[in-house]
Design a protein around this ligand. Structure first.
Ligand code: NAI
Ligand code: AKG
Length: 501
């Protein structure tokens, strides 16, 4: 009855959108419709009464949900990301309600910067794009997180990515706050000079808010070594400072060995830890990998190192299937095609006699043992997850940020798959960015072996922490919930210690 009363008061605030969402079953707690459905609390009241919130706490959480739904209306990706975390940290609130207020602060960015980016194209015409930086949390260190240049970038996408970064950066055990930024600029089809002029204009506005102890951006989709170079050059010109304001720099001027490899390698290290825990070997396992950029390339490389058989790659035009498995030479071809020639993946067919290309399709229907989504958010929906499970998939490890919709995550958990959520599984990239910052502060460069060993140690620690937090809260081996809880508690305790900030 108590739940009914809460649900009806929520409906009055949210109207029809809520009614649509509330039709979902109790277990299917995340709607994926860009609205936080308070029904997720029922799960705890019915199946795990020890986590039922007191009446006061319940009302508080409901109030927070109503405020976010109202204030951030239309920010689909951000609301989905908040929903996913809320859905898993209720046990923390039940144990100690002081954390509810901290969560309320955490969903509001410390600072959001939005700006015009004018630049001149090769025809001499002025083009305008929109730039963003969301400085989400500085509880654990300077804001830290990548920049994404893609036509789909808007405030919702940047806020969701910055929100994810809070928990991810906390899990790395390093001293990093959370931020994310980018632009709706599309580098596809642009000349190097156009990309340079865009980057220079972007940095001309953003540099005021950055610094090695303030905010340290890095790469993300379509921001790689070339863009980091142009951004750094302009920062240096504007400030006359040569410092570690960006990570992902070239090795010759302050970059770290293993940073380009770190997200993909780290994701496979995470998978290996999970497999060890379940007594499963990666050797001989067929792996579906999506994307063909930085994360996908080095995921494939590390899978090969460990004796697995990566069989797919994709881009926004479709996917390629290399049934025999990619060899190291095949991956060298893909790296050259994507990183230097900036070509499309279908051109791989001109190189391989054995590959097939599936235009406008996603790879999730290909029978395999493990999946490594490494392209973009929302790439595995409920139907895709059903296909993976029907084909006997054993594990899903997220190299991309939020690649699985709430329905997909729910399906993985029901099927008891090994599920490595993005915040934990892809934290290796930002972890090595943290190591790059440390090297820059010392004006030193560590060897490849040293950085790789630290990366693999951090990935093991993230897996162990996520698992032990899940167990501590009586959630079995629910690594997704454990990762959110462990990531949250460290930030939340720091915020409490630092006062009302
Ligand atoms: N680069 C890094 O260190 C980190 C990246 N990530 C995440 O990993 C994912 C991939 O990022 P990167 O590899 O760095 O970017 P990238 O720009 O190097 O590669 C992105 C890849 O995804 C593909 N892609 C983009 N939209 C797609 C779509 N709609 N369908 C199929 N493929 C699509 C592109 O063709 C490209 O191959 C993103 O979600 C990013 O946020 C997460 C942690 C760190
Ligand atoms: O290395 C970094 O700072 C950024 C990594 C990133 O953007 C991510 O983890 O999604």
């Amino acid at each position: 009855m108590f739940i009914n009363r809460l649900a009806s008061s929520t409906r009055s605030v949210l109207g029809n959108r809520f009614r649509m969402a509330s039709n979902s079953s109790v277990n299917n707690v995340c709607t994926g419709n860009g609205i936080i459905n308070i029904d997720f609390l029922k799960k705890y009241n019915s199946s795990a009464p020890k986590y039922a919130l007191s009446e006061e706490s319940h009302a508080r959480v409901e109030g927070i949900v109503n405020t976010i739904n109202r204030r951030d209306v239309g920010q689909t990706e951000f609301l989905d990301a908040v929903h996913e975390v809320l859905d898993t940290i209720i046990p923390v609130f039940a144990k100690d309600p002081k954390y509810i207020e901290v969560f309320e602060r955490l969903v509001e960015p410390e600072r959001q910067i939005a700006f015009r980016v004018p630049w001149v194209d090769d025809q001499g015409k002025v083009q305008i794009n929109r730039g963003f930086r969301v400085q989400m949390s500085s509880a654990l260190g300077p804001y830290k997180g990548g920049l994404r240049f893609h036509p789909t970038v808007n405030i919702s996408v940047v806020k969701f990515l910055a929100f994810e970064q809070i928990f991810k950066n906390s899990l790395t055990t390093l001293m990093m706050g959370a931020g994310k930024g980018g632009s709706d600029f599309d580098p596809k089809g642009k000349s190097d000079n156009e990309v340079m002029r865009f980057c220079q204009s972007f940095m001309t506005e953003l540099y005021k808010y950055l610094g090695p102890d303030t905010d340290v951006p890095a790469g993300d989709i379509n921001v790689g070594a070339r863009e980091i170079g142009f951004l750094f050059g302009q920062y240096k010109r504007l400030t006359t400072c040569f410092n570690g304001v960006l990570t992902g720099k070239d090795l010759n001027w302050g970059g770290s060995l293993i940073r380009p490899e770190a997200t993909g390698y780290g994701c496979v290290y995470f998978a290996q830890n999970y497999c060890d825990y379940r007594n499963v070997s990666l050797v001989g396992k067929k792996c579906i990998v999506s994307g063909s950029g930085n994360v996908a390339q080095y995921t494939v490389e590390k899978l090969l190192d460990l004796g697995a058989i990566p069989i797919t790659l994709s881009d926004s035009d479709g996917f390629i299937l290399e049934e025999k498995g990619f060899s190291r030479e095949d991956i060298a071809f893909v790296m050259d095609l994507k990183n230097h020639k900036r070509g499309r993946l279908c051109e791989y067919l001109e190189y391989s006699k054995t590959a097939k290309f599936f235009k406008n399709e996603k790879p999730w229907g290909v029978p395999a043992d493990m999946a490594f989504p490494s392209a973009t958010q929302g790439e595995i929906d409920g139907e895709d997850a059903a296909k993976l499970i029907a084909n006997g998939i054993q594990g899903v490890f997220e190299g991309a940020n939020m690649p699985s919709t709430p329905e997909a995550i729910h399906a993985y958990k029901v099927a008891k798959l090994m599920y490595g959520p993005a915040k934990a599984a892809n934290a290796g990239g930002v972890a090595v960015s943290g190591l790059e910052m440390a090297q820059n502060s010392q004006r030193q460069q560590w060897s490849r072996e040293v950085v790789d060993e630290k990366l693999s140690g951090i990935m093991k620690e993230i897996f162990d922490m996520s698992l032990s937090s899940a167990k501590e809260y009586g959630l079995g081996d629910d690594v997704q919930s454990g990762a959110n809880i462990a990531g949250f508690l460290k930030v939340a305790d720091a915020m409490i210690q630092q006062g009302a900030v």
